[in-house]
Design a protein around this ligand. Structure first.
Ligand code: FAD
Ligand code: NAP
Length: 337
């Protein structure tokens, strides 16, 4: 465990926002959590960070930022069809995906190239190209700050939903995720339902894709469409895609026949937030150093020296204009500090 005082968080968030932390504690071993004793038990005392790729700092952190750098991958179980891997929360997500592919396992290849750490994956049940991480999670282990003990949540107890989990709700800031156990398939079970994946595989000349082909296709699509945080600050999709009641969808579809849609659970209809934002004229918009990405309206960007408050204000204006034009209330996906 190392402790530094008065540290800039700019290198620790993919938006590249300047904010300061009173203390930065780098966590490398789970035993350090019990050693911390009751020193960080009040929720306001701490903020846990993995890769900082899903957070917007709108102010300084007056207390302690805990940088999760718990490392290690181990096989805990094997059956004829599956392998269970327990992965420490500080492992880089994409490196872990590549590790599973190299081991001949399938299940998370569609989630290639998502930035961040393994410990944050259950937080919002990361998802992309028709796959959600919840379908491979067996259990999540964490340190419960109030109870001062390690706890294990089964998949069901995590209450996963669309970009949602118990860790963003009841257990928000109460549990530091220390490890995640994944159940992966020995036989490839590919999901190429997304048009973009099928098109990319065709472009690659692949008729019968392997797990690695699907991963390569996802990497190629993402690299061509999404801004690389190393080049331009962003936190991926800033808003969630709303799932609206079908009656509301039908009324909207009458007014806007081009409105794209996808089936969602409970008879609702998912509509792409990026399309709604684009129709309101925001795509490529720039206000100082805060902007909306020119290729993907769902991604807000920092061209250099935007403040978190400026990005937040821009997101407020976008929410208001989408609500006014479509009567749809967008929800922010990015965590706001
Ligand atoms: P952080 O930003 O460090 O933390 C996010 C939240 O989780 C914070 O509230 C933090 O306090 C909390 N947290 C982090 N670690 C822990 C822990 N160990 N215990 C308890 N709480 C914790 N997301 C998707 O779902 N799908 C995508 O396809 C996708 N694409 C992206 C593309 C780009 C270019 C970018 C920049 C982001 C993208 N994201 C995507 C968002 C982001 O990468 C994921 O949400 C990722 O899981 C965040 O990981 P992180 O370690 O960076 O989390
Ligand atoms: P896209 O292909 O332009 O599609 C726009 C939206 O339509 C997506 O968000 C997706 O919803 C939905 N969609 C498209 N095809 C679908 C299908 N066959 N079935 C169901 N829903 C479909 O999206 P994109 O922006 O390039 O992103 C591609 C994928 O990467 C998406 O899954 C997206 O969620 C993920 N991604 C996430 C983030 C993030 O930060 N959360 C950032 C970048 C990319 P879903 O989002 O529900 O899949």
């Amino acid at each position: 465990m190392s402790l530094q005082q008065n540290i800039s968080l700019k290198p620790y968030n993919s938006f590249g926002i300047e904010a300061r932390a009173a203390q930065l504690l780098t966590l490398e071993h789970t035993r350090e959590l019990s050693a911390l004793g009751k020193s960080l038990t009040a929720a306001g005392d701490r903020l846990v960070l993995g890769g900082g790729s899903n957070i917007l700092f709108t102010r300084d952190v007056e207390t302690t930022v805990i940088l999760n750098r718990l490392m290690g991958i181990s096989q805990v179980k094997e059956s004829p069809d599956h392998v269970w891997l327990k992965v420490a929360a500080g492992e880089n997500w994409h490196r872990f995906v590549l590790h599973t592919i190299a081991a001949g396992l399938s299940g998370i290849e569609n989630l290639s190239l998502i930035p961040g750490c393994v410990g944050a994956a259950p937080m919002q049940n990361i998802g992309a190209y028709g796959v959600e991480v919840k379908d491979t999670i067996e259990e999540v282990e964490g340190w419960h700050w109030d109870e001062q003990r390690f706890t294990i949540l089964t998949n069901e107890e995590c209450r996963f939903g669309y970009r949602e989990s118990i860790f963003k709700q009841e257990l928000k800031n109460k549990v530091l995720i220390t490890a995640v156990t994944f159940r992966l398939n020995k036989q490839a079970q590919l999901n190429t339902s997304y048009g973009a994946i099928r098109e990319q595989l065709a472009k690659m000349g692949v008729a019968e894709p392997s797990v690695r082909d699907v991963s390569d296709a996802v990497i190629a699509i993402r690299s061509s469409k999404l801004p690389d945080p190393a080049q331009i600050g962003n936190a991926g999709s800033f808003f969630k895609n709303p799932a609206i009641p079908s009656s509301q969808f039908l009324a909207l579809k009458e007014r806007f026949p081009e409105l794209p849609s996808y089936p969602a659970p409970d008879g609702r209809v998912k509509i792409p937030a990026g399309w709604l934002i684009e129709q309101c004229g925001w795509k490529g918009y720039r206000e100082g150093d805060a902007g909306v990405h020119a290729l993907q309206a769902l991604v807000l960007v920092n061209y250099g020296n935007a403040t978190g408050a400026q990005i937040w204000q821009l997101s407020r204006k976008i929410l208001d204009s989408v609500s006014e034009k479509f009567g749809v209330a967008l929800e922010r996906e990015v965590n706001i500090w």
